[in-house]
Ligand binder design. Structure first.
Ligand SMILES: *[C@@H]1O[C@H](CO)[C@@H](O)[C@H](O)[C@H]1NC(C)=O
Ligand SMILES: *[C@@H]1O[C@H](CO)[C@@H](O)[C@H](O)[C@H]1NC(C)=O
Ligand SMILES: *[C@@H]1O[C@H](CO)[C@@H](O)[C@H](O)[C@H]1NC(C)=O
Ligand SMILES: *[C@@H]1O[C@H](CO)[C@@H](O)[C@H](O)[C@H]1NC(C)=O
Ligand SMILES: *[C@@H]1O[C@H](CO)[C@@H](O)[C@H](O)[C@H]1NC(C)=O
Ligand SMILES: *[C@@H]1O[C@H](CO)[C@@H](O)[C@H](O)[C@H]1NC(C)=O
Length: 435
């Protein structure tokens, strides 16, 4: 069996969080590329994007970009780790901490750089950095949210169905009169942490007078680490307890008719699935719309490999895929996608991962979704091509399909978060006013 002919973009179907791009295709890109490695370029867009909301600074990130060797995951981790440690040292300097703005800027940035450091390390579950970096990012984030005008607060919500505990963070909007306010519920997908959600959505929502709660369920960073549990398809088991919490514990400040759920990245599937069973949501925002995970993971797998899988030759399939991973011939996106998929679905078997992913599809439940849904799509998002349109069609007049083009066209509008949040809030404003 010869793999070299299809190594690279072919197996990149296993990737979820970054666009799969042909090597050296920068002429086809809408932006200046910060690395010849498209996975790294995407990572730098995430890192730079956080600067909008105090989670990074431009030149230190470009400094990392300068020092990292394209495709070298270890160099990526090493450089971000150095920046994380330096930023943490600045945060710890008592002279820095003279006001809350300094405190939260430095700790938010340190926290974010520790998360970036962790990103490519999940291939070896025994790597002690997986937990130690997470302890660092968590501690730093806690210091930052304690310095917000209304301090953020971590909350544990036990699942009612299922053996896990939801990790959440409550961010109350400034609210001196104790009014009930519209509230955003924010969840990610395959890899991002709820701490990332602060920079993607929460900061901009708080400015607009919205409360927010971010959450993580099985498979997601802190739940995966603390509870050793991988993704589950029936995501209402995660979102419904969060809703119950909001409508009981926070009933005095949450407007029960204005709770909006956001699903980011693979969360575009998770949120839609939950919305099919959670009727108390006023609206849902999918960034992007995702119809079927199995289709997106297998779409570009070479037919030889898929034949093995379809014939039930799982041992052989796993062996071939691992040898491809070891060979170093996979693109960074594909290698990372495999590492992260196994880790977050809590399995050491790629075929088991694929088989699990078959349950993550909307076809069986889409009819039950009965609130307005914003369905995002990105011109340069190659992970789930065509799926947002399928989701929008299936939802009919409940859906608003919005296609982000050009420089806003990457997966999850990474690098164009202002466009994303402006567009999204304008839609929410219009939709709730008409409700
Ligand atoms: C891709 O671009 C890099 C950097 O410009 C260059 O070194 C490399 O030779 C190019 N590879 C191909 C296959 O064109
Ligand atoms: C995984 O990490 C552990 C702990 O650092 C190390 O002992 C082990 O050799 C690593 N395994 C591989 C395959 O690199
Ligand atoms: C629930 O999870 C805990 C901790 O992971 C485990 O010890 C326990 O056996 C699980 N219980 C069930 C019913 O699965
Ligand atoms: C709002 O609630 C807080 C805490 O429960 C209370 O201390 C405060 O007096 C309330 N303010 C108003 C205007 O009701
Ligand atoms: C599956 O494995 C069997 C036994 O090793 C082999 O005969 C068959 O050709 C394999 N099929 C595929 C599609 O790889
Ligand atoms: C993006 O391009 C598509 C196809 O040309 C078009 O239908 C859509 O309206 C564009 N989106 C926006 C926001 O302009």
């Amino acid at each position: 069996m010869k793999f070299s002919t299809y190594a690279g973009p072919l197996v990149a179907a296993l990737v979820y969080s970054c666009p799969v791009l042909a090597a050296n295709s920068s002429d086809n890109e809408p932006t200046l590329q910060l690395s010849t490695d498209s996975a790294f370029n995407f990572q730098f867009l995430i890192a730079l994007g956080n600067a909008l909301t105090g989670g990074s600074d431009i030149d230190p990130v470009l400094g990392v970009a300068k020092n990292i060797k394209a495709g070298d995951m270890a160099s990526y981790s090493k450089e971000f780790h150095k920046l994380a440690r330096d930023t943490k040292a600045q945060a710890q300097n008592p002279e820095n901490a003279y006001d809350p703005i300094n405190v939260r800027d430095t700790w938010f940035s340190a926290s974010h750089y520790f998360r970036r450091t962790d990103f490519y390390l999940h291939g070896n579950w025994s790597n002690p950095l997986i937990n130690s970096l997470w302890a660092e990012q968590t501690a730093a984030f806690n210091k930052a949210i304690a310095a917000l005008p209304v301090p953020g607060k971590r909350i544990l919500i036990p699942a009612k169905e299922g053996n896990f505990t939801i990790e959440a963070i409550w961010f109350g909007a400034p609210n001196s009169e104790n009014r009930t306010l519209p509230t955003l519920v924010v969840g990610n997908g395959y890899d991002a942490a709820q701490e990332d959600s602060y920079h993607y959505f929460v900061a901009k929502a708080l400015e607009r007078g919205w409360n927010c709660i971010t959450y993580e369920g099985p498979g997601q960073p802190t739940v995966r680490r603390k509870q050793n549990i991988g993704f589950i398809p029936d995501w209402e088991k995660v979102v419904t307890p969060v809703m119950d919490y909001l409508l009981s514990e926070k009933a005095d400040v949450v407007d029960k008719d204005q709770v909006v759920l956001i699903g980011n990245s693979m969360g575009g599937y998770l949120a839609a699935r939950a919305a099919a069973f959670e009727k108390r949501l006023a609206a849902v925002v999918l960034v992007p719309g995702v119809w079927n995970l199995y289709a997106s993971f297998t779409r570009q797998l070479p037919s030889q490999l898929m034949d093995m899988y379809d014939a039930g030759n799982f041992t052989q399939f796993d062996k071939e895929l691992f040898s491809l991973r070891k060979s170093g011939k996979l693109s960074t996106n594909a290698a990372w996608g495999l590492d992260q998929g196994l880790w977050s679905f809590y399995t050491h078997s790629p075929s088991d991962f694929l088989t699990q992913s078959k349950q993550f599809q909307l076809e069986d439940v889409v009819d039950k979704i009965d609130m307005p849904v914003f369905v995002g799509d990105g011109e340069y998002d190659d992970l789930t091509p065509g799926q947002a349109i399928t989701v929008a069609k299936a939802l009919g007049n409940k859906a608003t399909l919005y296609q982000f083009n050009g420089t806003s066209g990457y997966h999850c509008q990474t690098g164009a978060l202002q466009d994303l949040t402006r567009t999204m809030f304008a839609w929410i404003h219009k939709t709730l006013a008409n409700a």
